[in-house]
Design a protein around this ligand. Sequence first.
Ligand code: FES
Length: 168
Amino acid sequence: MIEPFDNLYNGRASCTGKGFVGAPRFLRVHCKIVMGGTNPYIPQPKVTKPSRTFKVTFANVGKTVEVSPDSLTSGTGLPGSVLDIALSHGIDVDHACGGVCACSTCHVWIKSGSASCSEPTDAENDMLDLAPDLKPSSRLACQCVPNGTEDLVVEIPSWNRNLVREGD
Ligand code: FES
């Protein structure tokens, strides 16, 4: 999974462990293409899937979406994660590693409803340590799975929005 990236950049950058050290933007985009699914090298968080419809407001995008338990289709990030919800509704959030908890580009702030979200794992907290403008409300969108018992308000940092989509 990592080999094409290492070959392209002669081993001078890594897309594992502490993120994309030394990688220019075009290689981070390449890495996004070759990665995806779940990360077999970290314990998966315990998540409770929603049993009812709830709302997620992406505050600084000006969009509120209704999330029904069966409506998530992006296939990126943990199923039902904030990243999955955003992408399923046409809202761009950068996700350089493909949603496998190997970067911090999907950093978001959960402004309300965080008690209904899965607990961050050590792996998520390690990646969050690399994120700019870290706050108590910070989460990785690909790892944060709401259980639907509360509506959510999410803020996407401006530098994580409106980026070129994979394949563009
Ligand atoms: S997309 Fe890389 S950690 Fe979430």
